[in-house]
Design a protein around this ligand. Structure first.
Ligand SMILES: [Zn+2]
Length: 134
């Protein structure tokens, strides 16, 4: 085993948007996840929903090298990769529901590829609210 092979608590998939960084940390503390690989791309799961393989390749590397038991998928309010809140007519309920659908879609894709990983879906509001999605 090389030095790059060790076990992390989890892997997280988040947007580049630094406005969500504090809420990401709150969610990880609630989940008791301390050491995680971090995959950060604009729009987070959008890339998976659009059937690009880039993010899945990053998850695959984390999975192979660090055996994370959990993957946490983050989406957030006013995500610029989706055109921001105005895409949803600035209706926060509609916006959250749309992002929940994206998270569900991405979770199905990830589960089909990595059935051993527990998947946690989280929607973050810019107020700092953290919503765990069933
Ligand atoms: Zn974003």
């Amino acid at each position: 085993m090389s030095d790059s092979n060790f076990k992390w608590d989890g892997v997280i998939l988040r947007c580049i948007d630094a406005r969500t960084s504090d809420a990401v940390q709150v969610a990880l503390q609630e989940l008791n996840l301390h050491h995680c690989d971090v995959i950060s791309v604009a729009g987070s799961v959008k890339n998976i929903v659009e059937e690009s393989l880039y993010l899945l390749s990053q998850v695959e590397i984390s999975h192979r090298l660090h055996s994370p038991a959990v993957i946490v998928l983050f989406a957030h309010e006013d995500c610029g990769a989706y055109g921001g809140s105005q895409t949803y007519g600035k209706d926060p309920v509609r916006e959250q529901k749309a992002h929940e659908q994206e998270l569900l879609h991405a979770a199905k894709v990830i589960h089909s590829r990595f059935p051993d990983m527990k998947i946690v879906k989280v929607y973050l509001c810019l107020s700092g609210e953290v919503h765990f999605i069933d």
